[in-house]
Design a protein around this ligand. Structure first.
Ligand code: FPP
Ligand code: MG
Length: 323
């Protein structure tokens, strides 16, 4: 099922989210205005607002606070991607040049900061008081994940646990928060709120592992190119599984290749093919399944409804995605 069909049952609420999201930005002068309009018109998959709204409907009612937090998390997510593309030196996202590519790193860093500032401005400190600890936790955990990821790329003792820690911070944390906030702002009972967070975290793990698998997709329809993680020295799950099949001499060769600053395109392609042949992607697929099954199990503790069914469809759609 496609995302558009899945969001059909909350189309009215999603329109309201869209209205508030585009109204949240009014600055239109000079480079900042241009870059803002560019990045906000990119329309990614908008998974986080969809999660918040579907979860609020599955647990109770969509409230003003639900909408506000959907806008805040989408802005925060957008800010983190603008910064991420600077760190990863990425040229394209959603098949279009990144902000850093178009306007340079300085503008991209400042645009990310501006979007982050916008989030703080939107928070209604009194009404959203209970959510403040969640917002501040995400704002800490996203950069923590990025820094840990860099630390790992410089170490010899790569472990599965360290990889999981990275993706827990950089992705699962925001997915978990979106679902927690959806349930909390719908005024659901506490049991549902913790189930919602558990669902989101497991979905986030499955989502990031899928993302890391897609980086080895040479068919080129991910909208971001392939092999970026290798160019950027990232040690992801497929790579860890590939490492397990190698002798210590081959591991050393792999590490010295990964850690090269400049890599030739044909060598990266040859390396991607080596990983494809090693069976590492199939092993990583099993973990996508493991986490998506856990997410779906969590849903069973929520009351039966079309919204709960849509959350289940969303899991299937995201883990099967090719973009
Ligand atoms: C994408 O990962 C990036 C993230 C999930 C998080 C990035 C977070 C930061 C740069 C910290 C910024 C923090 C704030 C508060 C603004 P990826 O590179 O694996 O995925 P990609 O293939 O989509 O680029
Ligand atoms: Mg990136």
């Amino acid at each position: 099922m496609r995302l558009q069909q899945i969001s059909g049952c909350v189309s009215r609420e999603f329109e309201e989210f869209d209205r508030l999201y585009s109204r949240s930005v009014s600055f239109d002068k000079g480079t900042l205005g241009q870059a803002l309009r560019y990045v906000l018109s990119q329309h990614g998959k908008r998974i986080r607002p969809l999660l918040i709204i579907l979860m609020a409907k599955a647990c109770g009612q969509v409230t003003d606070s639900t909408y506000r937090s959907a806008v805040i998390l989408e802005l925060l997510h957008t800010a983190s991607l603008v910064h991420d593309d600077v760190l990863d030196k990425s040229d394209t996202r959603h098949n279009r040049p990144t902000v850093s590519r178009k306007w340079g790193n300085n503008t991209a860093v400042l645009l990310g900061d501006y979007l982050y500032g916008l989030c703080l401005q939107i928070i209604e400190t009194r009404e959203d008081f209970e959510l403040m600890s969640i917002y501040s936790r995400i704002a800490r955990e996203l950069p923590m994940g990025e820094i840990l990821q860099k630390d790992i790329s410089e170490r010899q003792d790569v472990s599965l646990d360290s990889y999981y820690e990275v993706i827990r911070y950089k992705t699962a944390s925001l997915f978990g928060a979106a679902c927690y906030i959806g349930a909390k702002t719908s005024r659901a009972k506490d049991d549902y709120v913790s189930v919602a967070e558990d669902f989101g975290r497991n979905l986030g793990m499955a989502f990031q592992i899928r993302d890391d698998i897609l980086d080895f997709d040479t068919r080129g329809d991910s909208g971001k190119g392939f092999g970026n993680d290798i160019y950027e020295k990232k040690i992801t799950l497929p790579l860890i599984f590939h490492l397990e099949t190698l002798s210590s001499v081959e591991r050393k060769r792999l590490f010295s290749f990964i850690r090269q600053d400049e890599k030739e395109n044909d060598k990266v392609l040859a390396f991607v093919n080596e990983v494809l042949l090693s069976g590492a992607l199939e092993k990583a697929e099993q973990l996508v399944e493991y986490y998506s099954d856990k997410a779906k199990m969590a849903l069973l503790s929520l009351p039966e409804s079309e919204y709960r069914n849509s959350l289940g469809d969303l899991v299937d759609c995201l883990v099967a995605r090719r973009v």
